[in-house]
Design a protein around this ligand. Structure first.
Ligand code: FAD
Length: 418
């Protein structure tokens, strides 16, 4: 393994204009990392990776590298691109447990972070590193958000998330599990208790419904609910998955690995939303892909479809008259998620967009003074690295905000009026 990684790193051409770095949504300084690694400076390479992206060990596993770093490697134009993610994974795995991320100087202010997904974790780690006290409020019992309760174990080890949790506790970050803000505690209570800023990284957890007959039947489930705890379900042998995105691939693969004999995924159009990479793995696990089928209703015997009709540009322009029942023991709906509205309903002045996402300004501050947000709850369902990148921006804005307030003490207590 180590030899392979070293060979891979040695192939890097150290381009002056590195396409890999440009293709990385987190702008990882790939050439510098490669150079340090090739010089045997493992810890320096790790430090550089984590300074830029505290979730480096996770992104090296779950990012869509085929369209990001590897997809933009110059060597890939004619042959085999450098698989930087494997090198990154090797470095960040080695670095994570050994890194000492202690703040040089305490700032004497604290921030409340709502949600412990990639956006919340990034925010918490970067702020703690900068010397701010951080408390994470997490609705569930474990940290990680979708990484914990959505992405299956066979794609992302939950032990890695536990190692991150230990690292965060070591950094002095406090974690309150099983605490939903907008329930017993509200955002105004956080300001009352002296937090200078609040960060919201609550993601999108309301499964999108289809609005068709049969969605509430006993053998119909939502993908995100299923993935959160697959052991709670008895799906039977044949599964129909409505949707063909990455999350739908996880649903089908999990069901197949847990004993289902047949898992069919259905798309309305001629193409899938999932990456070709995820589809290949799902195919290997035995998933079947069925295109051009529009769901009409769901019955206890299985979903009922109409055939999609297309124009010349392959847009769906209508559906066939006749319907077709596909027999399945369980139907799982996996067609994306939207935000829950608990915080908007319980926080005076906190405004959402038409889709229920949080409204933010260019500094990622919400419509409430001192309340910032990033991740899926701002930009809708995207990726881990997109949440990390946006959280990094939010952290910069929050630090600027707190420094401004520190310079102008009369501005203190400008949070939500209590
Ligand atoms: C099945 C599935 C597989 C995916 N696979 C990949 C992948 O392989 N690679 C990739 O890059 N992306 C993947 N994604 C997308 C990625 O996981 C998300 O874009 C990312 O997790 C969003 O991060 P976040 O921090 O914004 O929110 P989340 O990860 O959703 O975390 C939000 C956290 O906030 C908590 N919370 C919510 N409301 C409250 C409240 N009121 N009080 C306290 N806590 C609260 C939640 O419990 C949760 O822990 C996948 C998504 C799904 C659904």
């Amino acid at each position: 393994m180590a030899l392979h990684i070293i060979d891979e790193a040695n192939r890097c051409l150290n381009c002056k204009k590195p396409g890999c770095q440009k293709g990385c949504p987190a702008h990882t300084p790939i050439p510098q990392v490669m150079q340090l690694f090739n010089e045997g400076k493992l810890m320096e390479a790790g430090a550089l990776l984590f300074e830029n992206n505290p979730l480096s060990a996770i992104c090296s596993t779950v990012c869509n590298h085929e369209v990001q770093c590897a997809g933009n490697c110059v060597l890939g134009k004619k042959g085999n691109p450098i698989h930087f993610s494997s090198v990154e994974n090797f470095i960040s795995e080695a670095y994570l447990d050994r890194m000492e991320w202690k703040a040089e100087e305490k700032k004497g202010e604290s921030v409340a972070v709502i949600g412990s997904g990639p956006a919340g974790m990034t925010t918490a780690m970067l702020l703690a590193r900068a010397g701010y006290g951080v408390t994470i409020f997490e609705a569930k019992d474990k940290i990680g958000g979708i990484m914990q309760y959505g992405i299956p174990e066979f794609r992302l080890s939950k032990k890695l998330l536990t190692r991150y949790k230990e690292k965060m506790l070591e950094m002095g970050i406090q974690i309150r599990p099983n605490t939903t803000i907008g329930g017993a505690l509200k955002i105004e209570d956080l300001f009352r208790d002296g937090y200078s800023c609040v960060f919201i990284g609550t993601g999108v957890w309301r499964p999108k419904t289809l609005g068709i007959h049969g969605e509430s039947l006993g053998n119909v489930h939502f993908g995100l609910d299923y993935l959160a705890n697959p052991t709670a379900y008895d799906l039977g042998e044949t599964i129909a998955v409505i949707g063909m995105g990455n999350a739908a691939m996880d649903v089908a693969r999990t069901a197949l690995r847990r004993g289902a004999r047949k898992a069919m995924l259905f798309a309305r159009g001629k193409k899938a939303a999932a990456s070709s990479h995820e589809m290949s793995y799902a195919r290997l696990d035995g998933a079947e892909f069925i295109y051009e089928k529009a769901i009409e209703r769901i019955t206890p015997e299985g979903p009922v479809f109409r055939n999609s009709i297309f124009d010349e540009e392959e847009n769906v322009i209508g559906y066939s008259e006749e319907t077709e029942l596909i027999r399945a023991d369980s139907t799982i709906i996996s067609v994306s998620q939207g935000p829950k509205n608990k915080l908007i309903l319980t926080t005076k002045g906190l405004k959402g967009t038409d889709q229920g996402l949080l409204q933010v300004d260019e500094d990622l501050m919400t419509t409430c003074d001192g309340v910032f947000a990033a991740g899926d709850v701002v930009h809708g369902a995207k990726t881990v690295v997109a949440a990390v990148e946006e959280a990094k921006r939010a952290v910069k804005s929050m630090i600027r905000y707190m420094e401004r307030r520190a310079d102008a003490p009369q501005n203190k207590n400008r949070g939500i009026a209590v």
